[in-house]
Design a protein around this ligand. Structure first.
Ligand SMILES: NC(=O)C1=CN([C@@H]2O[C@H](COP(=O)(O)OP(=O)(O)OC[C@H]3O[C@@H](n4cnc5c(N)ncnc54)[C@H](O)[C@@H]3O)[C@@H](O)[C@H]2O)C=CC1
Ligand SMILES: CC(=O)C(C)=O
Length: 254
């Protein structure tokens, strides 16, 4: 028996990294998966990998999370194909230009990052929640970041967008608890995916990142995916508005 048997999950940014791992894990655990991404190549690769193994369980849809019309389409397709939406993993995100300190950050760059990360998460919740209400329950997992708690120099817009995700998660958890909709955030540290390749491909930086982690390895996509699986599943039925840090102990608190 799968941990997500009978559930329908929408996963954004599912063509790469953590989102792709979540799509695979959720399908393995019995969910029907609506995998979305704005990058056709990423999405095509995922569908090729999962199509054979889970032919009736996974569909892929092109989706820009910053576009409200796209969200309407995604929810319609999910309900049209699988009948409902139980789970939303708001995973799609971009880091943006990484070497800008705050005083050099342009409004254009700020808007780009805020739109994908913060607006994208907001629109996802806005469009999925009515369907979850109709369905009588739901679980939303918003992928924030360690930077959404502590901030990171050079990543002002990214940190701000991830902080917005952290707090909008808690607001939504308060608003929709009475509708049996749970909303939680995940805060990964450095995870080895295409988005961190600019850091992990440099041996010195890689060593320094690992040295800062008590568990002494760089996080992998499955480390986040298993946490998303737990929060998405009924195993976490009494958990809402929570922020789960997944960083190998990098920010252990006293
Ligand atoms: N890798 C890491 O160290 C960390 C990642 N995160 C967050 O985890 C999430 C996943 O990150 P990774 O797997 O590393 O990234 P990734 O770069 O491997 O994958 C992100 C996917 O999102 C898609 N995407 C980008 N903009 C989009 C848009 N507007 N609409 C739809 N899809 C879009 C991309 O095409 C890509 O397939 C992101 O939200 C990221 O900010 C948070 C903390 C650490
Ligand atoms: C790279 C990133 O998003 C971190 C460390 O939170």
């Amino acid at each position: 028996m799968g941990r997500l048997d009978g559930k329908v999950a929408v996963i954004t940014g599912a063509g790469s990294g953590q989102g792709a791992m979540e799509a695979e894990l959720f399908a393995r655990e019995g969910a029907k998966v609506v995998a979305t991404d704005m990058n056709d190549e990423h999405l095509g690769g995922l569908l090729e990998r999962l199509g054979e193994q889970y032919p009736d369980a996974v569909i892929g849809l092109r989706h820009d999370v910053t576009k409200e019309a796209d969200w309407q389409h995604i929810v319609e397709e999910a309900v049209g194909t699988f009948g409902k939406v139980d789970i939303l993993i708001n995973n799609a995100g971009i880091t943006g230009i990484t070497e800008f300190t705050l005083n050099k950050l342009t409004i254009e760059e700020w808007d780009k990052v805020m739109n994908v990360n913060a607006l994208g998460n907001f629109l996802g919740m806005k469009h999925v929640i009515p369907e979850m209400k109709r369905n009588g329950q739901g679980s939303i997992v918003n992928i924030s970041s360690l930077t959404g708690i502590s901030g990171l120099g050079g990543l002002t817009a990214y940190s701000a967008s991830k902080g917005a995700i952290r707090t909008m998660t808690k607001g939504a958890a308060r608003d929709f608890g009475g509708d049996h909709i749970r909303v939680n955030s995940i805060h990964p540290g450095y995870i080895e995916t295409p988005s961190t390749e600019y850091l992990t491909s440099n041996a010195d930086i890689r060593d320094a990142l690992i040295a800062a982690v008590p568990l002494k390895y760089l996080g992998q996509s499955e480390d986040v995916a298993y946490a998303a699986l737990f929060l998405a599943s009924d195993e976490a039925r009494f958990i809402t508005g929570e922020e789960l840090i997944i960083d190998g102990g990098q920010t252990i608190k006293e």
